[in-house]
Structures are given as structure tokens and as C-alpha cells.
Design a protein around this ligand. Structure first.
Ligand code: PEP
Length: 249
């Protein structure tokens, strides 16, 4: 069975105090979840140590970005090895904000994925089309290209370390969510690209992201190819985030 995952991307939000309170609240509910979902918190990198300590193993921790190198003269960057050393299990790669604001290309995504996997971490690789691309009928082609290039460095034994998050750019932080039918159609298309690439597509978890809330999560998570969610804004409120974590059929 594919892993069910709900990951909360705090983006550049939070503080030491919030980390303590929010992670404590999430942890105390996560321990009693009985639906097999893995809860992941992805805080700003500077709080990872605090979050790992507070999570006490009941919640997994991830980092929002890593550099393309394992060490060296790259001021301001952190490496996948450092993320692992600090207690992370997941790395977000190619989030649309990284692509749009920091010029991250599919080729850079592929380089990062390769290092992340080699470091023994799981990569949550984000893909998704803009509104313009969707309206011009290119959504599937764009996403397929991102999947093919972004995952081009993954070799046969490494696919178990890959999670793909479909996040339509027009749905991130906008309050507009893809319909569950549209999400399902894209997830099925992604799975078929993965199959074509020789990956064990049926075993790879595909997450949906883009304005997921407690009132739309159940419809999305009931689709056969939606294995969980990548949650931004709603992951900053413990009650809302945990309600999403409980929204599996
Ligand atoms: C995200 O940051 O990946 C995201 C999906 O944000 P939001 O849930 O706020 O749309």
C-alpha cells in the first residue's frame, strides 16, 4: 500500500514560541491517529532542531530547500547531509516559490533530488502548472515535463525515496483549490508518466497541494490517486492541520 502523507510547509513563518506550541499540539494529536498517515512538519530551517526535539519521533520533520552541494564555499546554503544530520526525513524540492522567486529550474531540481536521495532522505518533488498554462490547455504537458526532467536522476533502487506533490501554482495560497476531479486527472497522468519512466508508479505517493483546508481535504483524499496533501497556510493552525490529517476515507 502507498504511504499516506500530510506535510505542513510553514514557509517563512513561525518563531521559537510558535514551534513549541504548534508542534506540541500536533504531536499530542498525531500519536492517536489510527489511519496510517505520516504527519510531516517542514519549518524554516533555523527551527529544525527545535521542531525535531519537540516532535519526539511522533511527527516527521522536513526542510523546505537544500543546496546543490554537500559542503563547501556556498554561504547561506545548507546541504542534504546537514538536513539528515539535524533529524530531517524529508526535503521539499522545487516548490513553485523556489522556482518563481529563486529561479530554480527542472535541471536544478534533478541535481537536488539526486543529492537528497544519496543522503538517505526522501524528496518531496513539487510540480504544477500556472494559470496561463492551464487555460491554454498545456497543464498536463508542463507537469509531465517537470516530472521527467526533475526526476531524471533517479535510478532503479531509489524510487522508494521519491514523493511527488502536484501543486497547481494558481491554487497555492489563493484560496482556489483544484476540483477533486481535476486533481485526480492530473495525479493519474503523473502516475502514467512515472510508469513510462520505468518507476514503480503504483508504489509512489502523490500529494495534492494548493489551498487544502479541513473542508475540502476529504473530497481530495478520497480520490484513488491522491495519497495525501502538502499544506501551506492551514498547517500553521494545529486544529485545522490535524483535521486535514484525519480526512482520509
Ligand atoms: C504550499 O505552500 O505548498 C501550499 C500548498 O500552500 P497553501 O496550502 O497555503 O495553498
Amino acid at each position: 500500500m502507498r504511504r499516506r502523507i500530510v506535510a505542513g510547509n510553514w514557509k517563512m513563518n513561525g518563531s521559537k514560541d510558535l514551534s513549541e506550541k504548534l508542534v506540541g499540539d500536533v504531536r499530542s494529536e498525531a500519536v492517536s491517529l489510527d489511519n496510517g498517515v505520516e504527519v510531516v512538519i517542514i519549518p524554516p530551517a533555523i527551527y529544525i532542531g527545535d521542531v525535531v526535539k519537540q516532535a519526539q519521533g511522533a511527527v516527521s520533520v522536513g526542510v523546505q530547500n537544500v543546496g546543490r552541494w554537500q559542503s563547501g564555499a556556498y554561504t547561506g546554503e545548507i546541504s542534504p547531509g546537514m538536513a539528515k544530520d539535524s533529524g530531517c526525513r524529508y526535503v521539499l524540492v522545487g516548490h513553485s516559490e523556489r522556482r518563481q522567486l529563486f529561479g530554480e529550474s527542472d535541471e536544478m531540481v534533478a541535481e537536488k533530488v539526486s543529492l537528497v536521495v544519496a543522503s538517505g532522505l526522501n524528496a518531496i518533488v513539487c510540480v504544477g502548472e500556472t494559470l496561463e498554462e492551464r487555460e491554454s490547455g498545456q497543464a498536463e504537458a508542463v507537469v509531465a515535463g517537470q516530472v521527467r526532467t526533475g526526476l531524471s536522476s533517479v535510478s532503479q533502487g531509489e524510487w522508494q525515496s521519491i514523493v511527488v506533490a502536484y501543486e497547481p501554482v494558481w491554487a497555492i495560497g489563493t484560496g482556489k483549490t483544484a476540483t477533486s476531479d481535476d486533481a485526480q486527472a492530473m495525479h493519474a497522468a503523473i502516475r502514467s508518466v512515472l510508469k513510462d519512466m520505468g518507476a514503480p508508479a503504483e508504489e509512489i505517493s502523490l500529494l495534492y497541494g494548493g489551498s487544502v483546508k479541513s473542508d475540502n481535504a476529504a473530497a481530495l483524499f478520497s480520490e484513488p490517486d491522491v495519497d495525501g496533501g502538502l499544506i501551506g497556510g492551514a498547517s500553521l493552525v494545529a486544529k485545522e492541520f490535524m483535521s486535514i490529517c484525519r480526512s482520509f476515507p
